[in-house]
Structure formats: structure tokens, C-alpha cells
Design a protein around this ligand. Structure first.
Ligand code: S3P
Length: 182
């Protein structure tokens, strides 16, 4: 298998879509956001899909979308926060992409997520519940995220700096994206 794509992973609110959009522009590659693709395909919001079909069905749709995207031409892909943690998806990503974990501390994520109502897993939680939920979720998910090829905290630098750091880190050799420093 060939590591032809660049995939950004990390918790909700870690900035995958923002950074992915800029990285794709800078590398002159198409940008694909898995949640946006699911919404377009299903003609429903993520909140509606969770409410009508449940999380297990959403995870199946995510897996299908991931398998489909892997077949696309080289792209920068931003993934839903849960995607790496189900159905062995992280291994599939690592086999087909240079993977980047946007590693943001839970209390920083909390500030962003408090202001956002678009994530069904966070609905109906008090600030205290949300805090312990985010901490627990990250604790469970870290094991998957940390399998990524590279890690960066986009909250401690600008988007442009992150783009430069990631772009410097990769080199494309015979069609595959490699970690330039390994
Ligand atoms: C989810 C994160 C969301 C979206 C869905 C489930 C999760 O994406 O895929 O609400 O399980 O963490 P973002 O990470 O872009 O918020």
C-alpha cells in the first residue's frame, strides 16, 4: 500500500478543518473533510444522522467514506474526531497516508467546544459534565491518535506556522508521502 495522502486527526475542536484547508492550499492539493462528505452524501447534518440512525451506523458510514477517499488522487484529508478509534481505521489511515495528530490539551479544547452546538456527542452536557467527558474521551482515544506519524499542537502557533512545519516534515518520494526526518 502507498502513503499517498496526508490525513489530519485529533479531537473535536482541535482545528483539523482549518489547518487542513490551509495545508491543502499550500501544497496545491485537493482538500477533503470526511464529515462534510458524509453530510453531502446523506443530505443530512451529523446531528440528524446520529439522532435518526445512531452512532453505530454513523461509524459504518465513516468507514465506507474512508475506504472511498483512500482511492482518490493525492489529497489532504481532515477526519471526524472519532474516525481513528473505530473499525481499525487508524491502521488503514497509516497504511495509506502520512498521518498527523493535532495534539491539543483537553482544557484548551473545552473553551472551543463550549461555544459549539454542532457535535451530537456533546449535546445536553453541563460545563462540568463536558469537562470530564472531554478528559475521558481523550484518555480513551489517545492510544489511537498517538499512532500517527507526526504530532503538532496547533493551539500554540499560527495556522501558517503549522502548515510550514508539516510541509517541511514531508517529502514525496516515488508517489509516497514520507516523514522527511525519519
Ligand atoms: C465526532 C466528531 C465530529 C463528527 C461526529 C463525531 C467524534 O467531527 O465526526 O460528531 O466522535 O469525536 P469533528 O472532530 O470534526 O468535530
Amino acid at each position: 500500500m502507498s502513503k499517498k495522502h496526508i490525513i489530519l486527526t485529533g479531537m473535536p475542536g482541535s482545528g483539523k478543518t482549518t489547518l487542513g484547508t490551509s495545508l491543502a492550499q499550500s501544497l496545491h492539493l485537493p482538500f477533503v473533510d470526511t464529515d462534510a462528505l458524509i453530510v453531502a452524501r446523506m443530505q443530512k447534518s451529523i446531528v440528524e444522522i446520529f439522532a435518526e440512525q445512531g452512532e453505530a451506523n454513523f461509524r459504518q458510514i465513516e468507514r465506507q467514506i474512508l475506504e472511498e477517499i483512500i482511492g482518490y488522487d493525492r489529497s489532504v484529508i481532515s477526519t471526524g474526531g472519532g474516525m481513528p478509534c473505530f473499525a481499525n481505521n487508524m491502521n488503514l489511515m497509516n497504511s495509506n497516508a502520512f498521518t498527523v495528530y493535532l495534539d491539543v490539551p483537553p482544557d484548551s479544547l473545552l473553551h472551543v467546544l463550549m461555544l459549539d452546538n454542532s457535535r451530537p456527542l456533546l449535546h445536553g452536557k453541563t460545563p462540568d459534565e463536558m469537562k470530564s467527558y472531554i478528559h475521558n474521551l481523550l484518555y480513551i482515544r489517545k492510544i489511537y491518535y498517538e499512532k500517527a506519524d507526526f504530532r503538532i499542537n496547533p493551539y500554540t502557533q499560527t495556522v501558517e506556522q503549522c502548515v510550514d512545519i508539516i510541509a517541511d516534515r514531508i517529502e514525496i518520494v516515488e508517489g509516497d508521502v514520507h516523514n522527511a526526518f525519519v
